[in-house]
Design a protein around this ligand. Structure first.
Ligand SMILES: Nc1ncnc2c1ncn2[C@@H]1O[C@H](COP(=O)(O)OP(=O)(O)OP(=O)(O)O)[C@@H](O)[C@H]1O
Length: 464
């Protein structure tokens, strides 16, 4: 196997493993010659040698043999400085390459398959794809932005910053983007990991004195996706490294996608330059789910549950009940459904409202919305467009008295507070005044459609 043959082989290899892989892994190698059936390569780092050996060893070996008439038995990699420039090895660290099974044409997953503990990618969840993501008002913008990024092509907003409360689908959307990008272009080196994993790899690289490896891995990706970035708040050196990685990629016009449980300006202990970098692309949030979205998600998840538990049937009204009563996050909603199906299949009965309440007592109790009197007063004041001070104050004109009574009524119905306690919170009024107000609204709700509607709107808003 001559240098000329190696030169020719590099072209073929590039076609086989793709340009990105070729540039990142093969280009830095220097072919040092063949001796006793062992083809020796100089690699810039031990890591590059091991990685190439494990991921492209098979292909290289078979292509070399095809070209040189079966003269190569194995590959040997040693560390040299500036492997593809100089000819003098500076130190010899063997990374012997018995050709191992590899997935050389799968660059997007290749990093996760190499053995180095610095290798970054986290596995993607099979279930988290676009087709299983239910879109509704609260998440439509985030979904559309994620779709746009997943189409690949020209980078229009960088980074895409997705944020939202716990269990609202950030990770699901991140995985969906990664799946889609990989499907559309298997050549693309898409790297998904949590900020915690980023920090862990970084600390490990520091400890093992392998920062160059770390930097070269992270800077050679095409798309970097970092989940739960709020994790790096207060962790100064991780932030510093993250900042440099981020800049290097954005400067090369590589797409970066970030998620967090809150907006960039709400993440405490984050350096300002990072905060402003994070805000420089598109920041979109996943709003808390509304009733319609929860129902849609439940309907989708029921189909999956039915597949696992074919014998279980569901009575009307159960999903609506769950969508109404469990409003925290989608993970809890899913968990409730799974438990319900398991329970129903164990006792061999259809799922009805009674069973739902019995089986999910703890979840339902935890989800009982605890509304405060202050919240009620504020909402009602807003609804009737009066000032909070007028709701609590002494004025008795109808414009204030009616909203006040509505708020008293809702306080009685939606909190566990006693009439005297409610009276105290409404400008130290007597409990009989509160009772009068509650009775008045109760009566009006039956005769006055407007009041009935107001109550319904307010109740919904307070329960949401
Ligand atoms: N719109 C949706 N359609 C379908 N499933 C959803 C949707 N939103 C969330 N889920 C599901 O809810 C669960 C929690 O979602 P995910 O893990 O993406 O939340 P998260 O926002 O990343 O939460 P955390 O802040 O805890 O990391 C997942 O099983 C996910 O599939």
């Amino acid at each position: 196997m001559t240098q000329e043959q190696w030169g020719a082989l590099r072209k073929t290899l590039c076609e086989t493993i793709g340009e990105n892989n070729y540039k990142a892994w093969i280009e830095p190698l220097r072919y040092d010659g063949l001796e006793n059936g062992v083809a020796t390569f100089g690699a810039p780092t031990n890591f590059v040698g091991t990685y190439v050996s494990q991921n492209f060893g098979d292909v290289m070996l078979s292509q070399m043999n095809a070209l040189s008439g079966d003269s190569v038995r194995r590959l040997h990699f040693r560390v040299v400085q500036g492997a593809n420039e100089t000819s003098e090895p500076t130190r010899s660290a063997a990374a012997v390459a018995p050709a191992t099974p590899a997935a050389p044409t799968s660059p997007a997953v290749a990093p996760a398959q190499a053995s180095s503990d610095l290798l970054p990618g986290a596995p993607l969840d099979q279930r988290f794809k676009f087709d299983s993501f239910v879109v509704g008002k609260p998440n439509e913008l985030a979904h559309a932005a994620a779709r746009r990024v997943a189409e690949g092509g020209r980078v229009t907003f960088n980074p895409l910053f997705l944020h939202g409360g716990v269990g609202l689908g950030k990770t699901h959307l991140m995985h969906a983007i990664a799946w889609e990008l990989r499907e559309r272009n298997p050549e693309l080196n898409v790297l998904y990991l949590s900020a915690e994993q980023f920090m862990y790899r970084f600390v490990q690289a520091l400890r093992d004195r392998r920062m160059m490896d770390f930097k070269s891995i992270f800077r050679s990706v095409d798309v970097l996706m970092v989940d739960d970035v709020q994790f790096i708040s207060g962790k100064d050196s991780t932030q510093e490294e993250f900042f440099h990685t981020f800049n290097a990629l954005v400067d090369q016009n590589k797409q970066v996608v970030i998620s967090a449980d809150r907006a960039p300006d709400e993440i405490k202990d984050l350096e300002n330059r990072i905060r402003s970098r994070l805000q420089s692309g598109l920041v979109v949030d996943l709003h808390p789910t509304d009733y319609e979205l929860r129902l849609g998600i439940l309907q989708t998840k029921v189909e999956q549950q039915m597949a696992y538990n074919p014998g279980v049937t569901l009575q009307d009204g159960v999903l609506e009940f769950l969508a109404h009563r469990i409003s925290t996050n989608v993970r809890v909603l899913e968990g409730a459904l799974t438990r319900l199906f398991a329970f129903a299949s164990l006792i061999g009965k259809p799922v009805d409202l009674g069973m739902t309440q019995e089986c999910l007592t703890d979840v339902l109790r935890a989800n009982e919305r605890k509304v405060s009197i202050e919240e009620i007063q504020r909402r009602v004041a807003e609804h009737y467009n009066i000032r909070l001070s007028d709701m609590i104050g002494p004025r008795r004109t109808r414009a204030f008295a009616r909203p006040r009574q509505v708020a008293m009524y809702l306080s009685k119905k939606m909190t566990a507070k006693s009439l005297p306690e409610i009276g105290r919170r409404f400008g130290k009024r007597d409990h009989t005044t509160v009772l009068h107000g509650v009775n008045r609204i109760e009566a009006l709700a039956k005769s006055d459609a407007q009041i009935a509607e107001d109550l319904e709107i307010l109740r919904r808003a307070l329960e949401a």
